[in-house]
Design a protein around this ligand. Structure first.
Ligand code: JHZ
Ligand code: SAH
Ligand code: ZN
Length: 410
């Protein structure tokens, strides 16, 4: 199973113009044991834009079984901010879309049950799709009903037979992971009840560009959505964009609501965001070219900073072995000689090496033992939560290194 070069837009078949090449990259969540080093998998990470439907997407596709399997390490519940976000989301769905007796909620990518446990605790019918068996098992322990499988047209059809139509299909940080979005949208259209909604939230292209957040680009993130590109994709499959809401999580996301075409009146927020995107030029190729120039500048500054700290004999570590950081370390060529180790709360990452760059991952307790002089904040999207619990680092004279939106020491 090697990576597949995509020959045209995965949604409409239109011509895809490459705008940013981030080079040879490993799988962002493949944390290695020493024995795994020899067989490490690589692909070419590059971003393209469809000239016809404006969808921004990767130009190579990694086979899904390579990314999402029993050993997939990411656990949604490890951030208290994200736990609160998803508990709030569950409550909101219960209060708005899941009020009828017998209502049915399907989640794609339910991970460890961070959202669905709220729905399960309310006694509402639900089903999580989660192909990564390890995290799926954690969801079951939360009382969540899970099918260890990929959602797509075929598995959606099974659920329609066994459980009937869904009032809500919800997905956070999952729809943008699915290159076969055509099959997913056909499945959603089939499974949704006539008045039902597909609600999904993913990193927003405008926030990525505005923050030079190039580390949002990695194997798992195949699509980089805007209201324009989502509306165009939905329309191809008989669905309509009826609501949008910007979210502060993960560095800036948008929650999109799709319904069967004509079933609901779009909220004014849709026209508003479409207008903002036109005014800001988010959907054009020029914005992506400017972004590519910003990314190259951030790399040069980050590499120069880390090299000079090394020359001065400073100790440098990192915080948060994020999937995003694989792009940073491999694109910038940062290995253990520049970043000695990275601390992370995820049990399945600890004691392993980061993909491609092979930086050792240690538990957070190792951070203070002793504190490094500098720490690169890889989990910049969780900055507030991490700063609040690592106040001792600053107090001991430690300094944080940020690289989003610009490279700076604080
Ligand atoms: P975090 C993953 O991306 C992969 P990542 C995926 N593709 C995606 O889209 C998002 O999640 C949703 C650690 N940590 O959330 C835990 C601490 O050590 O930025 C995580 O390993 N201490 C599905 O990996 C990492 O940092 C802390 O206090 O880029 C954060 O990963 C906190 C809060 C986190 O997602
Ligand atoms: N919703 C959680 C988890 C996001 S991680 C959150 O926002 O934190 C993305 C999840 O999608 C992974 O757990 C992965 O195993 C799962 N996934 C990948 N392909 C999928 C598919 N086709 N259907 C359902 N889940 C899928
Ligand atoms: Zn297209």
């Amino acid at each position: 199973m090697t990576a597949l070069a995509v020959s045209g837009c995965r949604i409409c078949g239109g011509p895809v113009t490459e705008v940013l090449d981030l080079g040879r990259q490993p799988l962002s969540d493949a944390f290695l044991r020493p024995a795994d080093l020899a067989g490490e998998f690589f692909y070419r990470l590059a971003l393209g834009r469809c000239a016809d439907c404006t969808m921004v997407q990767l130009v190579e596709e990694v086979p899904r079984e390579r990314m999402f399997h029993h050993d997939y390490p990411y656990r949604s519940s490890l951030s208290s901010v994200m736990r609160a976000h998803f508990t709030g989301t569950g409550r909101e769905l219960l209060a708005t879309e899941l009020t009828r007796p017998g209502a049915f909620c399907v989640e794609l990518g339910c991970n460890d049950g961070v959202m669905l446990r709220t729905v399960a605790q309310a006694g509402v019918r639900h089903l999580g799709f989660e192909p990564s068996a390890g995290v799926a098992e954690l969801a079951r322990r939360q009382g969540v009903r899970v099918r260890t499988d990929f959602f797509e047209e075929k598995t959606a059809a099974d659920v329609l037979v066994t459980d009937g139509p869904a009032d809500v299909i919800y997905a956070a940080n999952t729809i943008c992971h699915l290159p076969y979005l055509d099959s997913v949208l056909r499945g959603a259209r089939l499974l949704l009840a006539p008045g039902g909604v597909l609600v999904f939230e993913d990193p927003y292209l405008d926030d990525i560009l505005a923050r030079t957040a190039f580390d949002q680009i990695y194997d798992e993130h195949f699509y980089y959505f805007t209201a324009h590109s989502v509306r165009a994709a939905a329309a191809r499959f008989g669905l309509e964009l009826v609501d949008v809401r910007r979210l502060p999580v993960h560095g800036g996301e948008v929650r999109y609501t799709l319904a069967h075409a004509g079933a609901r009146t779009p909220s004014p927020a849709v026209a508003d965001l479409l207008r903002q995107e036109r005014e800001r030029g988010v959907t054009g190729v020029e914005a992506l070219r400017r972004f590519a120039a910003d990314v190259a500048r951030n790399r040069a500054e980050l590499v120069a900073l880390l090299r000079s700290l090394k020359e001065e004999g400073r100790t440098v570590a990192a915080y948060g072995a994020t999937a995003k950081s694989a792009t940073v370390t491999n694109y910038c060529g940062l290995g253990p000689e520049l970043i000695s180790y990275v601390c992370d709360t995820t049990p399945a990452k600890q004691g392993r090496l980061t993909p491609g760059a092979h930086i050792p991952v240690r538990p957070p307790a190792a951070f203070a033992d002793p504190y490094p002089d500098y720490a690169v904040l890889f989990a910049w999207n969780h900055a507030e939560e991490i700063m609040a619990k690592e106040t001792g680092f600053r107090a001991a004279g430690g300094r944080w290194i940020h690289y989003v939106p610009t490279v700076r020491v604080r």
